[in-house]
Design a protein around this ligand. Structure first.
Ligand code: PEP
Length: 247
């Protein structure tokens, strides 16, 4: 279960969040792996607050190059140095808000790998693509491109997050049957690309207006392994509700 804070929270709020979530998970451990993706300026503080806990930290984006004249960007080396273990690659707000295509997302996945960061690879169709019946072809293109960028996936830690663009931040969650149908398609495709054994244990998270209320019916889908959570992750109580509802 992963919290994507996007461009939210100030340092004091982030620190209070870390203390609350850490305290609760130390009192009552969760079965889920729990990740948090803070905005860049907060990463060192958050990593410090969470050191020695079960929570892992990731960057929301990274530049495909390792260093250089890229004003405003952050490298994989800098994320790793700041305490990250993960990097989001291809979030829809990067794909659609910043025009990032599969080729650039692939270079980011490769950059994450070079720096020992596990990529959380985000994929998803737009509303128009779903209406056109193009959902599976869009996802297949995104997945094939991402997997080819991973290099040798043997022994590598990574995960996919299926996030229908029309469900992100809209309050319009995918129906459990729709989400499971899509995750089932993804599991099969990943089986073809990575081998059935690896695909069976590869985490495929759902993202898109997940809440403590709707996550139990979504997690009941056999191919839904967890959640990438935006809005509801900002409140520690709501986020913990999703963790508990996923266990
Ligand atoms: C996200 O940003 O990855 C996300 C799923 O956002 P929300 O939960 O707000 O829809």
């Amino acid at each position: 279960v992963a919290a994507n804070w996007k461009m939210n929270l100030l340092r004091a709020e982030a620190s209070a969040w870390c203390r609350a979530v850490r305290r609760e998970l130390e009192a009552v451990p969760a079965r889920s792996t729990v990740l948090v993706f803070p905005s860049f300026p907060m990463i060192p503080d958050v990593a410090g607050e969470l050191r020695g806990s079960v929570l892992e930290v990731g960057g929301q984006d990274l530049h495909p190059e390792d260093k250089g004249a890229f004003t405003g960007d952050v490298s994989g080396a800098q994320l790793a140095d700041a305490g990250c273990a993960w990097a989001l690659c291809g979030h829809s707000e990067r794909r659609h808000g910043h025009g990032e295509g599969d080729e650039l997302v692939g270079r980011k996945i490769a950059a994450a790998a070079r720096h020992g960061l596990a990529p959380m690879i985000c994929i998803g169709e737009t509303r128009a693509e779903r209406h056109e019946g193009a959902t599976f072809s869009v996802l297949e293109r995104q997945v094939r491109s991402a997997v080819s960028s991973l290099g040798d996936p043997e022994g590598r830690r990574f995960a996919f997050a299926y996030e229908p663009v029309w469900a992100i931040g809209t309050g319009e969650t995918a129906a459990p049957e729709t989400a499971q149908e899509t995750h089932g398609f993804l599991r099969e495709l990943l089986g073809e690309l990575l081998g059935a054994e690896r695909a069976a244990v590869l985490p495929i998270l759902y993202g898109g207006s997940a809440t403590a209320e709707n996550c139990p019916s979504l997690i009941a889908g056999p191919d839904i392994d967890g959640f990438l959570v935006g809005g509801a992750s900002l409140d520690p109580g709501k986020f913990l509700g999703i963790i508990r509802g996923s266990d």
